[in-house]
Design a protein. Structure first.
Lengths: 151, 264
């Protein structure tokens, strides 16, 4: 008659405890001799265990960092493929950005004055890039519609 | 979706994310954790910009800059974000990264934040210990931490093992300087860099300097007896107008003697 899985687990756990207890009670010399008998180098084995423990600790400690990296990768992929409903002509896009700056003059001062000194010097590519980012951040959502927009 | 934490000084942020080695300082992931997404685009007229709204921001970094500059730019904008979240918009020029290290303003605060994040004190001290105070050392450390020459030089002066000072000059006129902790506050660099210095040669259009040389201290230090002492100077041009100089008192007895003269 086969044993129940729970009984197996109890037996295995008992063996592991006994092994751990036997190692805990053994002297350093006995442990080193046993490792050498097995044909292993104790220094290499110890370093291997230390390295494994370090790696495991690092994986645990960097959970938030990995989650942030995954979120970043997903966001970049999403932004790359997203279609932003912006005016289709450069002139209309420039008008829309001017409207944003009229509402947020501190933004114009920071983004235009420092970079170009004058709004008219902004390139079309820069206007479009800034509008996409403002849209992505939700700044455009509460603005009245200016100029031509994509449906 | 990660909820961005409130302001965190760089050491706390690094600890929270389990970062203890230079190769783990992934600036994109760190910024994303703080609610700021870094994108790379062609930029004209500036190195980086940030647009923030609510608890989210987008940092745009010049895609044609070297990787070290890009990382510093990203960390610099993150510094703006952490200090001024919710009402932030900045466009930062190359000049701001190189020249804004002394006066207390948003650019300096952002530069300090970036330096503390990308060149953390405990990690940097470990790698800078007993290293010569020269640009050869700076370049080696900059490669290990993937950081710019200016930021790494400042860190070496602050955390290195030997007494040194970094001076940034613009066409021979001192823009800013930072003393190492072992340099007495009584010693000030001259406002006008002396004629017998490598920095002055570079400002006057000379080619690249060939490593550190000993020069008379009166070329650099504003002190009546400075001509009796020497200092090891290593200078490099960092922009068309700016020269960065590392001054190292390799013979520390000369620094003590000069300090004693200064206290007379």
């Amino acid at each position: 008659m086969s044993k129940q899985p729970e009984t197996h687990e109890k037996e295995l756990r008992a063996i592991m405890y006994a092994l751990a207890e036997s190692i805990a009670q053994a002297s350093d010399e006995e442990i080193l001799a046993e490792v050498r008998e097995e044909g292993d180098n104790p220094e290499i084995a110890a370093e291997h265990i230390r390295s494994s423990l370090r790696d495991t600790a690092k994986v645990y400690q960097q959970q938030k960092l990995r989650a942030a990296q995954q979120q970043y990768d997903a966001r970049i992929a999403d932004m790359r493929h997203k279609e932003y409903a912006l005016p289709t002509t450069p002139e209309a896009r420039r008008t829309l950005l001017a409207a944003v700056f009229a509402q947020r003059p501190e933004m114009q001062m920071a983004l235009v004055t420092a970079q170009y000194r004058d709004f008219t010097n902004l390139t079309d590519a820069d206007v479009e890039s800034q509008l996409k980012q403002l849209k992505e951040l939700g700044v455009l959502d509460n603005l009245p519609t200016y100029g031509e927009t994509k449906p | 979706m990660i909820t961005p934490p409130p302001y965190r000084p760089p050491p706390a942020l690094l600890e929270e994310l389990g970062i203890s080695e230079p190769q783990d300082i992934h600036i994109e992931a760190i910024a994303e954790y703080c609610g700021a997404t870094i994108v790379y685009e062609r930029l004209e007229g500036c190195e980086a910009r940030i647009i923030g709204h609510g608890d989210q921001a987008i940092i745009t970094v010049n895609n044609s800059s070297p990787r070290e500059r890009q990382r510093f730019s990203g960390a610099h904008e993150l510094g703006h974000w952490m200090h001024d979240r919710g009402k932030v918009a900045f466009a930062c020029t190359d000049h701001a990264f190189a020249a804004e290290w002394s006066h207390d303003n948003p650019e300096r605060r952002a530069n300090r934040y970036a330096a503390d994040l990308l060149l953390p004190r405990p990690m940097f001290s470990q790698y800078a210990r007993r290293r010569e105070m020269t640009f050869a050392t700076v370049r080696d450390l900059a490669t290990r931490f993937c950081t710019s020459l200016t930021a790494t030089t400042i860190r070496l002066v602050e955390l290195g093992s030997f007494p040194a000072m970094v001076v940034c000059s613009e066409l021979g006129h001192r823009r800013w300087f930072i003393r190492g902790p072992d340099i007495p506050e009584t010693l000030w660099p001259r406002n006008e860099v002396g004629l017998q210095t490598i920095a002055r040669d570079l400002a006057q259009g000379a080619g690249a300097a060939e490593g550190p040389v000993d020069v008379y201290a009166d070329g650099w230090i504003d002190h009546p007896d400075a001509h009796r002492y020497t200092v090891r100077e290593d200078s490099v041009r960092i922009t068309t107008r700016l020269v960065l100089s590392l001054l190292w008192w390799k013979d520390e007895r000369q620094l003590s003697a000069l300090e004693n003269d200064a206290s007379l």
